[in-house]
Design a protein. Sequence first.
Length: 162
Amino acid sequence: MRGSKADINVRGAFLHMASDAVISVAVVIGAGVIALTGLQWIDAVLSLGIAVVIVLGTWGLLRDSVNLALDGAPRGIDVGEVRAWLANLPGVEEIHDLHIWAMSTTETALTAHVIRPANDDGDTFLHSACEGLAHKFNIGHATLQVETDGDTACRLAPDGVV
């Protein structure tokens, strides 16, 4: 249960085991009620209830799995907040072509173009930016492309270009 928050695979295994336990208990109780009362319709109602529990319990897992498969930004990472944080780094004038996606269930990646005309501390800036992204947003794999000529428009600069 502890690892189910960080890893979609662990969450899937936990949900599977938890639902198996609940379903087993429900089936035993339902069989006992049917044996005592003879009311056969309890079986159908119990089956529908179990189906609802399974769908509701796994809906979030399905949503997160589809998001992972489609390279969407992971839940819990606010893209606007990441953009604002990067834009407030020393010397940064603009951020564009920002992409954030999950590489796996536990690793997140980022790519971005950073307009920074006075890039006189090159690698120091990149290392501190990547370290900040890792600590603040849990983005462990960041690739930043620094553009020093703010007058020359990057072909990927418009927000509508992917």
